[in-house]
Design a protein around this ligand. Sequence first.
Ligand code: SF4
Length: 477
Amino acid sequence: MTKKKLGPMNLYPLLPRTNCGECLPKTCMGFAVQLCERGLTLAQCPPLVDSKFQVNLEKLEALLAPPVQEVAIGRGGREIRVGGQLVIHRHELRYFNKTAIFTTVDDTMAADGIANRVRETSSFSYPYIGHTLKLDGIAIRSISGDADSFQKTVETVKGLTEMPLVLWSPDPGVMAAGLEVAEDKRPLIYAADESNWEQMAELASRSGCPLAVHADGNVGTIRSLISAISDRGVKNLLIDPGCGFGEALPRSLDNMTMIRTSAISGDDSLLGHPLIGSPVTLWDQGNSLPDESIRWMESCLASMMTIRYADLMIIRDPSMWSTLPLVVLIDNLYNDPRKPVSVEPGLRIFGTPDPVTSPVLITSNFALTYYTVLSDIEKLNCYLLVADTEGLSVDSAVAGRKFNAQKVADIISSSGISEKVSHRTLIIPGLAARLKGDIEDAIKWDVMVGPRDSAGIPGYLREKWEGVDHKPGWSYR
Ligand code: SF4
């Protein structure tokens, strides 16, 4: 269930309606359609920014405001945004602002332990379908309860990284000490609860920092706290409804689902704030399990909470093998289901190809096709052209005319391959065999039809490429 869907006709009357052509769709109706799909922003209509449209601009901003508030944490180039969600189900549109992952240090850790944790977090990286998955920030916890220790730890972390911070203490005095040295970084204040909310609201109001609201398992209390804190002018809020394993697990997940559903459906705007999952608290619960068991429980809980709408996740450390399922899950959940996963079109060079004898192959820019082809040819010396098929696989692109003679001519021309090789032979995928004649006419090269499956490329080259006297240009490196 979602709030009544916004359509272009809700927005169009508020646009300048001059069809001035200054935006990408060139027409106001086209712009309204793209606004609905969140493909463009209001700032991309220059006339709208003109003061004479100020009233309309404000109305449009109100119409387009997401039911789950978008909140910024950090400043400058390392600022992250969380929340901003419009839908319950990803297939209804898409999710925005990937779940941010913060690891934790505390003020009882030795300096080298803190430095290691910060370094491991900031250097965490995992290559995945053409981009790099990373972690987002550091949560600094007060365990000692001592304001000086906390302040020193905050200063230490601040000196080690530009990543966004969460300051974590239930004690307003300790929090004030942390903010004194980190306020300029706009950290998240974690957290206001029933016992401290007035002082925490005051700190958030004074510093301009976002504030987390926490009540373990009690949504009624969270509502009351948000209402009271909002009345004091603090608007940038996040919600942590608590989490745990055992009996607490279904309650945690139900609460997150209920909060997000109420916000998106428009039933309860008080709950329209980003959600925090804090599975790091599993390490606090004093059980006798070995560390490795807690680590896997934490990874499992974090993944479940990600599926149940968590916008920010606080875990203990960036251990690669327990963190990996989480970052991959988040990446898959937050990509745009309307757009196939694609790679940049262009020329890829493998090994040290010979301009006279090495083959030139071509494929589509659908990420899964590209990486499959890559794994089959990366040990060869050859050239690979990646055509812009708008993210479609070869067979779909041929059927949908996204892989055609003109697209091949375009990539031949834009890639500069004609200057890199002296021969004029292109090997096309077997799935595009029926385009052979059209492509030859368009590019004036000889076209050979390769195998339907890229796993067959080395065998194909051995048999066919050498047979046309190009040996040994395709050889293994
Ligand atoms: S820039 Fe604005 S006024 Fe001009 S066509 Fe686009 S939406 Fe219409």
